[in-house]
Write a protein that binds this ligand. Structure first.
Ligand SMILES: Cc1cc2nc3c(=O)[nH]c(=O)nc-3n(C[C@H](O)[C@H](O)[C@H](O)COP(=O)(O)OP(=O)(O)OC[C@H]3O[C@@H](n4cnc5c(N)ncnc54)[C@H](O)[C@@H]3O)c2cc1C
Ligand code: FES
Ligand code: FES
Length: 499
């Protein structure tokens, strides 16, 4: 059985399709049709709900944190022990007056932030999360990030951005979500020794809470499909009509949810959502901030994990080039024990990896930076926000005086797997730290990659943009005063022109 709190109502479900999403369950089983289905692939945000989770800080203090997720990607089973708040739960009465509306709803009305209204429930939920998590207006840039996964096709964003600010001008609303959730959690805590599950007799979903439960389940269900945040997996269900007999969710396996800042390395549990480790990661590698900020949307980053990205083995997943360039390792866990491999050695061919059928990815270890390390991360995509990479380049070098001593270059979108660039790396080592060295290395792109043409870009474009990026990285590394984005735009134009 799984148990969660829906708005103010405790829910228990046992007999149910294991591949049902929260969105389908809400709309078909509960008649709650406020959350809309625009795309069913995580792209439009019309289905956004709040997901409350209990957080225990290092001092042992419990609190509830509320974040947005796409309910079209969130499996019902993954809601266990959580608080799901839908748009129906924002205002208690069904036909509220303007004064009874929540401040974010009232502001959206008063700023004319809704026309057809299809996107509006999702926008309300994203603005609500922002409101709950920020006692004062956090600024336009925070609002833009919060709405990065909410598509509005007819109103235009100006009134919506205005509404986000105006919501703070009304008397502050005090939600009682945490109090409700604490009460609910106390009522289910005694069930923790059992593996929560859902079944419809033929097919079953398991939610192991410990690594011991997880490896025992995986070794007795070798064909089971794994899921963590579901931001890739749920699309397999909705678009490719995958119907697995057994699903094992790693999204609440305690040992896979840890973030350890050890001496010399950062250990990130494979199931930890991006939003829970990115700030620590970027504390050591601030150059990666934009790459993570542009990975999907806030909703996607609140669910997606490194384990899911690597396990999905997509050639255009953004974390893999970063992890390969930083020489990261990953732990593969099974009932037989744990083996550790380099992330670079994980991928065999298109969506083929060295992962054995009884194994799961449990942990990723990133060495902390050396003093002379320089890092550059570049993602080229058709849209800036919420878009998959056409090409992703990550280059890490170390240097002694003015000579490059180590180079690790890894790319996504240039081959059947994310992979490193041995010719470019060899070329750079021993050369002076100068723009000319990177231009020279760019001549070796064709030796490392023969990309394909697809809907995102032609092979020729991919090769040319990689050469330009290497030139740009050379300028970034050698002229730190040119970090100013305006200067870099000018440089990109120059490097395009030089081709
Ligand atoms: C709208 C949208 C935008 C996106 N944008 C980007 C983007 O810009 N950049 C990007 O890189 N990705 C993007 N993604 C893809 C996705 O969000 C990431 O790949 C994410 O990291 C997947 O993590 P997850 O936990 O949701 O994986 P899941 O969907 O749960 O799992 C993905 C796959 O990995 C397997 N798996 C999961 N966990 C493990 C594990 N611990 N061990 C072994 N196998 C495992 C599953 O069996 C499944 O096959 C986007 C997705 C969506 C829906
Ligand atoms: S329906 Fe579009 S993001 Fe869920
Ligand atoms: S109001 Fe119509 S899509 Fe946003």
């Amino acid at each position: 059985m799984i148990q969660f709190l829906l708005n103010d109502t405790p829910i228990e479900v046992e007999k149910c399709s294991p591949s049902l999403t929260i969105l389908d369950w809400l709309r078909t089983n509960k008649g709650k049709v406020g959350s809309k289905e625009g795309c069913a692939t995580g792209d439009c945000g019309a289905c956004t709900v709040l997901v409350g989770e209990e957080i225990v800080n290092p001092q042992g203090v419990h609190s509830w944190h509320y974040k947005t997720m796409n309910s079209c990607l969130l499996l019902l089973g993954n809601a266990h022990a959580k608080h799901i708040v839908t748009v129906e739960g924002v205002t208690p009465s069904l036909y509220p007056t303007l004064n009874e509306l929540h401040p974010v709803q009232r502001a959206l009305v008063e700023c004319h932030g809704s026309q057809c209204g299809f996107c509006t429930p999702g926008i309300i939920m994203s603005l609500l999360a922002l409101y709950i998590n920020n006692p004062t207006y956090p600024g336009k840039s925070a609002v833009i990030h919060a709405l990065g996964g909410n598509l509005c096709r007819c109103t235009g964003y100006s009134p919506i951005l205005l509404a986000a600010e105006q919501a703070y001008s009304y008397p502050r609303s005090s939600e009682n979500y945490s109090a409700l959730a604490t009460q609910f959690k106390a009522s289910i805590s005694c069930e923790q020794n059992q593996v929560p599950f859902l079944t419809n007799e033929q097919r079953t979903f398991y939610l192991p809470q410990t690594a011991a439960q997880l490896v025992a389940l995986k070794s007795s269900h070798l064909n089971a499909h794994l899921v963590t945040g579901g931001t890739d997996f749920a699309i397999e269900l909705s678009q490719n009509l995958l119907l697995p007999d057994t699903i094992i969710s790693l999204s609440q396996t305690h040992e896979l949810m840890q973030l350890k800042d050890n001496e010399g390395e950062l250990n990130i549990g494979a199931s930890l959502p991006y939003s829970q480790f990115v700030s620590q990661f970027c504390h050591y590698y601030p150059e990666a901030k934009e790459l993570f900020e542009r990975l999907g949307s806030t909703q996607v980053r609140n669910g997606g994990s490194l384990g899911g990205s690597l396990g999905n083995a997509s050639p255009i997943g953004d974390p893999a080039p970063l992890l390969i360039a930083l020489n990261a390792t990953m732990d593969l866990l099974s009932a037989r024990g744990t083996r550790t491999i380099n992330v670079a050695d994980f991928f065999l061919d298109y969506r083929k990896t060295v992962l054995k059928e009884d194994e799961v990815i449990s942990n990723i270890t990133i060495p902390k930076r050396s003093k002379s390390l320089k890092l550059a991360c570049h993602k080229i995509s058709k849209r800036f926000e919420d878009d998959i990479s056409t090409v992703c380049l990550v280059l890490a070098i170390e240097h002694n005086d003015n000579t490059i001593t180590h180079a690790r270059c890894a790319m996504g979108g240039m081959a059947a797997t994310p992979k490193n660039a041995p010719h470019i790396e060899q070329q750079l080592v021993g050369l002076p730290l100068s723009v000319a060295s990177f231009k020279e290395a760019a001549k070796h792109v064709n030796s490392d990659f023969s990309p394909m043409s697809d809907v995102r870009a032609s092979a020729e474009y991919r090769i040319n943009v990689t050469k330009n990026l290497l030139h740009r990285v050379g300028i970034e590394f050698c002229h730190s005063e040119l970090k100013n984005p305006d200067n870099l735009i000018a440089i990109t134009r120059i490097s395009h022109a030089s081709l």
